[in-house]
Design a protein. Structure first.
Length: 140
């Protein structure tokens, strides 16, 4: 019997990261990563803080169908707008609670992917919704 989610599961032959996020170290850019059981989606902007809202707070996923260029994640406390290319599989992973992280491309860290069909996130915009606290209000 074929497993329709097999392409999104981690292979058992993949090297363990030892808790080190995929963004650290030299490697290729990945627009997103998946796992079987995910409770939070780590949202990594190229030039700001990482957000990690729980999937239990995700209210809606709005996207442009087969075009794969725009996704809006509506959480109870924030909204996340993702723009890029080839984001159809990312949407599927989020809808099924399997996306572990999404990350904006940073030209200072990675070379642009050569594969024109690879998922690519050009920008991530996070807006804290009214009534929620903003990380901009926090002193660093």
């Amino acid at each position: 019997m074929n497993d329709p989610l097999a392409q999104y599961r981690r292979s058992s032959t993949a090297p363990a990261t030892g808790g080190v996020p995929p963004t650290e170290g030299a490697g290729e850019y990945l627009a997103y990563g998946t796992k079987d059981k995910v409770h939070r989606l780590r949202i990594r902007n190229a030039s700001s803080l990482t957000h990690s809202p729980g999937y239990n707070l995700l209210v809606d996923v709005v996207y442009d169908g087969d075009y794969g260029t725009n996704v809006v994640l509506v959480y109870t406390v924030l909204m996340v707008r993702v723009e890029g290319k080839n984001l159809q599989k990312l949407v599927f992973a989020i809808e099924n609670g399997m996306a572990d992280f999404i990350q904006e491309f940073d030209a200072h860290r990675w070379a642009k992917p050569a594969d024109a069909k690879a998922p690519f996130i050009e920008s991530i915009e996070v807006k804290v919704r009214e009534g929620g606290s903003s990380s901009a209000d926090m002193k660093h």
